[in-house]
Design a protein around this ligand. Structure first.
Ligand code: AMP
Ligand code: FE
Ligand code: FE
Ligand code: ZN
Length: 299
């Protein structure tokens, strides 16, 4: 298979890239091939598929991206425990060469804890009067089941009106059926990504805090573990969030990354490339990310 061409030329820098999206290999609703087609139709210069805990979507999209001339970056998003935080952190890993068997095996191991969580979550929902069938959930999750599939089933059976209501009332950390999951510590997620030749970035940092001092603490904790980038551009970020995160990335010498976190119809109102009309990631970000990746590999 011919290599995908990096870096992008200067002329192409004006065009957008998207470094965060999900296919139906995790909890998005488009197939990997459909994602590539949408990226091309949207005029994106490059796309990273960052499914939760799996490279299956990337693997399937790669030959399609080669045939369509789209620069496709291998990515992954891993939920991880952060000491002193009430919510898990999401760590993005980006790879410019194959991440290899060790990381792939580790992701398979994470999928075991996901499955255990799914079984326990189904029971918790049942205790709260929400009767979903395992077979129905499996039919909605072609490869890997996640909470958005539970939300879909709840809407379809009339328990809630919207996916968001399913999260707010039942599935989120504050929901009545909230079921925790065994997640690796952030430091382990980061070091495994770096050891596999990737760059580890903190996804949508506002999930953890919008406070500058707290963010500084978190970054000071994760950078010694190998954190290399900060997702400054994201659909859920306000302009103030983005300004703060860009300043922090500069202070801590982290690579700026960004993306829409597109999930197809599982996240209504979020478009590939542009998010809610507020995401605008310049292609120059990719060169810096790749340069860091090279320096990590050359250590
Ligand atoms: P899981 O990996 O199965 O725990 O599901 C996590 C996914 O559920 C996230 O990646 C989002 O797609 C979605 N999600 C999590 N929390 C919320 C929320 N509060 N509102 C809407 N969607 C959410
Ligand atoms: Fe998701
Ligand atoms: Fe996330
Ligand atoms: Zn995501």
């Amino acid at each position: 298979m011919p290599p995908i061409r990096f870096p992008l030329s200067r002329r192409e820098d004006a065009r957008l890239i998207d470094l965060h999206c999900h296919s139906d290999a995790s909890d998005g609703t488009l197939t990997p091939a459909e994602l590539v087609d949408l990226a091309v139709a949207t005029g994106l210069q490059a796309l990273a598929i960052t499914d939760h805990d799996t490279f299956e979507g990337y693997d399937a999209a790669r030959p399609v991206a080669v045939s369509r001339g789209l620069a496709l970056i291998c990515g992954v998003e891993v939920g991880a425990r952060l000491a002193g935080a009430s919510r898990s952190a999401h760590i993005l890993g980006y790879f410019f060469q194959d991440p290899g068997a060790e990381l792939r095996d580790w992701l398979l191991h994470l999928q075991v804890s996901r499955r255990e969580r799914n079984v326990a979550l189904l029971e918790r929902l049942q205790e709260n009067g929400i009767r979903l069938s395992w077979d129905d959930l499996v039919s909605r999750a072609p490869r890997q089941m996640g909470r958005p599939h539970f939300a879909q089933a709840m809407v379809s059976q009339g328990y809630v009106r919207t996916l968001q209501e399913a999260f707010d009332l039942y599935l989120s950390e504050d929901g009545v059926a909230w079921t925790d999951r065994d997640e690796p510590p952030c430091e382990e997620a980061i070091s495994r990504i770096v050891n596999a030749g990737g760059v580890a970035c903190l996804a949508h940092p506002v999930r953890l805090s919008r406070d500058a001092a707290r963010m500084r603490e978190i970054l000071s904790q994760l950078i010694p573990a190998g954190l290399g980038g900060l997702e400054c551009h994201h659909t859920e970020h306000t302009p103030e969030d983005t300004r703060l995160l860009l300043a922090l990335a500069s202070d801590f010498r982290l690579v700026v990354t960004g993306g829409s976190d597109f999930h197809g119809v599982n996240k209504p109102g979020v478009s590939l490339g542009t998010g809610a009309g507020n995401v605008d990631v310049p292609a120059s970000v990719l060169d810096k990310l790749q340069a860091l990746c090279g320096s990590v590999q050359g250590r």
